[in-house]
Write a protein of this length. Structure first.
Length: 459
């Protein structure tokens, strides 16, 4: 049994930032992760590789659109080169993380293995050189999430996001047609980038797309969606089969049996938290497949915290990073709350075409909470940068508390959404008002000037 000050179950965004913070404060820390590398699913097969492919697709999309301005444009591309670029980004970041870990010396170690709880503060880790046990004063559970595969006959014949975006993936040749089963952000983002690359895409939607998001936000985004992507609604998938030529998805729609055929089928039914073995047995509360935490990220067991996807509160890498630091700060303060997670100021971006992002309390949430809000829109048809790129569809919209005019939230649908939402999120987190935003001279000619201009429309 090795005694350490702190241990993290996982080495992704919900673990390593907090682990580094603790180690820099003089604590002896061990991270346990089955991959044996830092950054979790985000770098392995999630946000980093998928956005590496997506940004190439965006460059290609804009290059082709440039033909209308007299530019030669891009007429062809090499998907193998796209994958090589993606792999290169992943490798570069793994090397960067290795250097960061090496700089910490013996204060912080990464052990390759899967942790299993024996007691509330004792875990067992089978490794290549034997089984190790660790006793830790404090533990951060950050075991992440995994691809959810529903019990559909033939589901094993489908690709998943891991098959497409993992380092050195098996998926290296674009099909002529692909069927995507799912209606979340992974399904829609993948559909958009593949469509840009010339793949005919059909998305099977059981009920509605992006069902956890503000319906007005979703409706506006879908109104700008690529009409070349076929969205098949009310599709209840029954079975999947394939032969040498193609795969077939059998589904029921409006009471009728239907079949759709394509070279490849992708299952994009979401992700589910990975709960460490023995976790519930030692007293950690798990409900609906996720670990319950409070705003300090502490679980039902003192000095055991749960950060990131495993608590399903805000399953995003940047949220996991902040959660990890909240947990570390509370550990350093002797388990006396000194830091709290503000989940409502975490921005979410959909890297579709066009981009869309939101943060805080938007229209539907305000309505359900009985809040009176004041809205301030900024249509991109009026925006200089959007006009320069000829991408004037969409809008920036801010939501303020009536009376105080405190910023409650906002959304951006269209150009630069992923960048713009950060400024709005900071305003939400800092409890700024419309007066604060209106006074700030956002840069021209950038779409960010829409933030202050929307705020100024109230005065």
């Amino acid at each position: 049994m090795e005694k350490v000050d702190a241990l993290t179950v996982g080495a992704g965004g919900g673990a390593y930032p907090g682990a580094f913070r603790l180690a820099r404060a003089g604590r002896r820390v061990v991270m346990v992760d089955p991959k044996g590398v830092m950054s979790g699913n985000c770098l392995a097969d999630g946000c980093i590789p998928s956005k590496s492919v997506r940004e190439v697709a965006d460059l290609y999309r804009r290059a082709r659109r440039g033909q209308k301005f007299g530019l030669a444009g891009a007429t062809d591309f090499n998907y193998a080169a796209v994958i090589a670029h993606k792999d290169g980004v992943q490798i570069r970041r793994y090397q960067q993380h290795d250097r960061e870990l090496a700089e910490m010396g013996d204060r912080l170690r990464l052990v390759k293995g899967t942790a299993r709880f024996l007691e509330p503060h004792v875990v067992e880790v089978p490794t290549d050189d034997g089984t190790h046990r660790y006793s830790a004063d404090s533990i951060i559970i950050a075991s992440g999430a995994e691809v959810a595969v529903p019990p559909i006959p033939g589901a094993e014949l489908c690709l998943t996001s891991s098959d497409i975006f993992a380092l050195r993936p098996k998926f290296r040749r674009l099909p002529q047609r692909m069927v995507i089963i799912g209606a979340g952000y992974i399904a829609l983002e993948t559909a958009c980038m593949l469509s840009v690359f010339g793949v005919g895409v059909s998305v099977l939607v059981r009920s509605q797309v992006l069902r956890t998001m503000d319906p007005d936000f979703v409706s506006q985004l879908m109104g700008l969606f690529d009409p070349g992507i076929e969205l098949v609604f009310d599709a209840e998938v029954g079975t999947i089969d394939r032969d040498e030529k193609a795969a077939r998805v059998h589904y029921r729609q409006h009471g009728r049996e239907q079949v759709i055929e394509a070279e490849q089928v992708m299952m994009a039914a979401g992700r589910k938290p990975v709960i460490p073995e023995g976790c519930e047995e030692v007293g950690v509360n798990v409900e609906h497949g996720r670990i319950l935490v409070d705003a300090t990220l502490q679980t039902s067991v003192p000095r055991i915290y749960a950060c990131g996807d495993v608590n399903a509160r805000s399953p995003l890498f940047h949220s996991a990073v902040r959660q990890s630091l909240v947990a570390a700060h509370n550990i350093l303060s002797g388990n006396v709350p000194s830091d709290y997670m503000d989940f409502e100021s975490v921005p979410t971006t959909l890297f579709t075409f066009p981009e869309a992002a939101y943060v805080g309390i938007t229209r539907d949430q305000a309505r359900r909470r009985g809040l009176s809000v004041v809205e301030a829109p900024y249509p991109f048809a009026e925006d200089t940068r959007a006009q320069i790129y000829d991408e004037t569809a969409g809008e920036l919209r801010l939501f303020f508390e009536a009376g105080s005019l405190r910023v409650l939230g906002g959304w951006v649908i269209g150009i630069d959404a992923g960048n713009l939402i950060g400024e709005i999120g900071l305003a939400v987190s800092s409890r700024l008002t419309a007066h604060d935003l209106a006074r700030y001279p956002d840069q021209h000619p950038m779409a960010s000037e829409g933030v202050s201009k929307a705020a100024r429309s109230l005065f």
